[in-house]
Write a protein that binds this ligand. Sequence first.
Ligand code: ARG
Length: 587
Amino acid sequence: MKNTIALLKTRLEAALVAAFGKELTGTDPILVPASNPKFGDYQANVAMSLAKRLGQAPRAIAEQIVQNLDVADFCEPPTVAGPGFINFTFQTRYLETQLKAIQADPRLGIAPTEPPQRVIVDYPSPNIAKEMHVGHLRPSVNGDCLARILEFLGHEVLHLSHVGDWGTPFGMLIAYLEEAYPEALATSDSLDLGDLASFYRSAKKRFDEDPAFQEAARLAVVKLQAGDEETIHAWTIVCGLSNRTNRKIYELMGLSPKIQERGESFYNSMLPDVVEELERLGLLVEDSGAKCVFLEGFTNKEGKPLPLIVQKSGGGYNYATTDLAAIRYRVNVDKVQRSIYPVGVEQTNHFMQVFQVARRAGWLTDDLEFIHIPLGHILGEDGKKLKSRSGEAPRMLDLLNDAIDHARADLEKRLQEEGRQESQEFVDHVARVVGISAIKYADLSQNPTSGYVFSFDRMLALQGNTAPYMLYAYVRVQGISRKGGIDFTTLGTDAPIGLQEEEELTLAKHLLQLDEVLAIVEENLYPNRLCEYLFELSQKFNRFYDRLPILQAAEPDRTSRLILAHITAETIKLGLSLLGIPVLERM
Ligand code: ARG
């Protein structure tokens, strides 16, 4: 419908000029979805806003616009209501044609955005000296979803994981590697070091019990930063172990395989130059030995401007310097127009500060959009930050496996109640898809910037705005096709779609809105808008399914309704795939 709305807007603009003269060229007709479906599909509110300027009553203005408006090819005759709203209802015949056109289109009529942009989505970007934990869930899930949507809309997307792969935390791991696996350093073969978790635990144990080991760890950091060859080799091994472990988690989560690690270490050689350039630009100030940029709009308790340190007094660089280098590189080398950082809300100041410095340095210009999406916290049932039984941030792998276990328990109970026998393979597959999807959907269906309570019961509920509800709507349609022996791909290619009943019309209109919804998410980067759309779609489909006969209906209604059911299933499938969620044929 995006094209239809654009068309309606153009016609309204022409009518405004025809009615009131050239001065009104470019006036926004203020076209919005109807406040109440009783009044139509869309309404234009421009008459109210012009009253003063034209010195006429809004209703009279609305009447004149309508007299000069030609939309007979796709709308019912527009009506004027209330103080001067102009109401539009799309012709049923027009909706039927639009649906018919997308019936066999894998993109469901959604055209790529012109011109496409080059975009970076910075995710999931964990710190790799440690295991991934609950803090990486929202960046992973939101980043993956945004990358998928932007890619679908034709943009060229780089999935860049800005992994924390440098600095102090590696000292302990390198020292442990050198101590426990001296042979690892002698060969260039990849060595089996077990999983990162136990490697990390053993290293931490050594660190906590032995001051001499602590000294070795400290030394390892110094040698790493000095570029000592052997230490770098040890560091490479630890990074490899870590990245391999995380890859398995990405795979389990179903994140895009296009994620590339481009971590903090990638920018090491550029850091001195970043500082030099800031110095050349006159932005740098030396403050008790540290090099910093004083920030605008950030002050301490005494009201003095806060510094952003880019080089510590010992000469070392930090997280901010690295992000400045990354911005410069993304602009100059990657040549992106947009760089999206879905990262926890606690890093809001960090991003505001580095973006500010990058703007003042002239690296970020007004035509570029570098944006931090401040993701809210995941909370426990007690409303506080989610913790594991031992009081730490829950490990990502535990969360994922717990979700799968919960999904399996639900499924086994349901199978028993329904007296169904299914293979172990079926149970495993469904439990995995439902469990992981439930976690992702529960996250994406929330406003990304607000916190939400993590609850397996709620995210796995078969009713409500949940993954299982959406998956089930899809399964229902596949059930119709199995029951009726219908092949949707060849169904009614030449048969008409007829929208007579209210449930059909409501469903049809909703189906045609996906492109508008995606355009909104493309701009505001809030995936919950897409979830809301899919939830409403499933509800509208369920009403259609419950109230109208489909397989039992007489022709031509039968085929027409089957086509509607098919387009609904395809829309759910596409929508879920953009959230990073696969569908199930049965569940
Ligand atoms: N490694 C950081 C963390 O785990 C997140 C990095 C986000 N991206 C960035 N360009 N700073 O907290």
